[in-house]
Design a protein around this ligand. Structure first.
Ligand code: PLP
Length: 361
């Protein structure tokens, strides 16, 4: 077996023990004589793991009975629409903090439903930084405030989350969910496509405060209502059984490795290795993110020319480090260091960066 260091932005690297357990259980899931891929979502086996996954999410996030964890489909992109469909009523305004392309997309979907107020943006600085608390201007009585915790494309991350008292706070946490401790009770709703930090593509985690859930307009179709999915324990329609199974294994892996505090410690060390190579390159590698807004998950930087960037990515690939090409909208290099990326992989990338800068700089 020859596994590469996989820096892909998503779908992304998964923990090896998770893949191995899935491989081992693929043909005969826990003595049922069949694969989970062939198993009814109404089976005892699936119901147990579905319940277990919800319990694990809530335990890791430290939220209690007033929250539900749901496993939905449609990606984070469906959440861009579902959030305003459920919570932005006619005549009301929702506030969006615009820190990158995904935040823009989320606000554009909300604009199709109701009024949107841009409460802060750093677009005119190419999204290099997260706005400071005193730059945020809320509207008079927003239905909710929406933020993007980690900006996957630009490589910035909220260092601490703003607080707005009683106003419900919603977060797209697709690219840093369960990578560090935070006060989840501060959020009325958070969501994340699983394919970056917690599993494969095809399932989206939604964590929602129960008391907020019932406000959806009566005309909203059942499948688009959070309350429908909560009432049915994410089994309103056929869930992505195998994807939820893998998410549950990833959650177990996070718990066994010490929970969110330990994950944050590892993620700090990993990011430090790669930012270290940027910072000692004497300007050869130009980081996109401002120092105080640097993401621990996605590290974005340019080289002196596009030719050098091509060479860098080509040579890295030959050396067993893949997925480093920056997003097509910004170019350059992006190293995604999600939970499952190892310290070893980050050290290898940093050593390659040192060497490349010496040879080409
Ligand atoms: C990847 C990503 C998305 C899009 O997720 P889909 O599951 O493809 O809809 C949304 N928001 C953020 C922050 C992302 O990183």
């Amino acid at each position: 077996m020859n596994r590469v260091y996989n820096f892909n932005p998503g779908p992304a690297t998964l923990p090896l023990p998770v893949l191995e357990q899935a491989q081992q259980e693929l043909l005969d899931y826990q003595g049922t004589g069949m694969s989970l891929l062939e198993t009814s979502h109404r089976s005892k086996a699936y119901e147990a793991l579905n319940r277990e996954a919800e319990v694990r999410v809530k335990r890791l996030l430290g939220v209690g009975d007033d929250y539900r964890a749901l496993f939905l489909q449609g990606g984070a992109s469906l959440q861009f629409a579902m959030v305003p469909m459920n919570f932005l009523s006619a005549g009301a305004t929702a506030d969006y903090l615009i820190t990158g392309s995904w935040a823009e997309k989320a606000s554009e979907e909300a604009q199709r439903i109701g009024q949107v107020h841009l409460a802060a943006t750093t677009k005119d600085e190419q999204y290099r930084r997260i706005p400071a608390p005193d730059e945020i201007r809320l509207s008079d009585a927003p239905s909710y405030v929406h933020l993007t915790s980690n900006n996957t494309i630009y490589g910035t991350q909220w260092p601490v989350f703003p607080r707005f008292g009683e106003v419900p706070l919603v977060a797209d946490m697709s690219s840093d969910i369960l990578s560090r401790p935070f006060d989840a009770n501060q959020f009325a709703l958070l969501y994340a496509g699983a394919q970056k930090n917690i599993g494969p593509a095809g399932v989206t985690l939604v964590v929602i405060r129960q008391s907020w859930m019932d406000q959806a307009p009566k005309t909203l179709p059942a499948i688009l209502r959070y309350a429908t999915h909560a009432k049915n324990d994410s089994l309103y329609h056929t869930p992505p059984v195998f994807a939820v199974y893998l998410v549950n294994l990833v959650l177990k892996d996070i718990e066994e490795r010490g929970g969110l505090a330990a994950a944050a410690e590892r993620n700090q060390q990993k990011a430090q290795a790669v930012y270290g190579a940027i910072d000692r390159s004497g300007g050869f590698y130009l980081p996109h993110a401002a120092a105080d807004s640097r993401s621990l998950m996605n590290i974005t930087f340019r080289l002196p020319s596009e030719d050098l960037e091509k060479r860098f990515i080509g040579e890295a690939t030959s050396a067993g480090m893949v997925g480093l090409k920056g997003h097509r909208s910004v170019g350059g290099v992006r190293a995604s260091l999600y939970n499952a990326m190892s310290q070893e992989g980050c050290n290898a990338l940093a050593a390659f960066m040192d060497d490349f800068a010496r040879r080409a700089g």
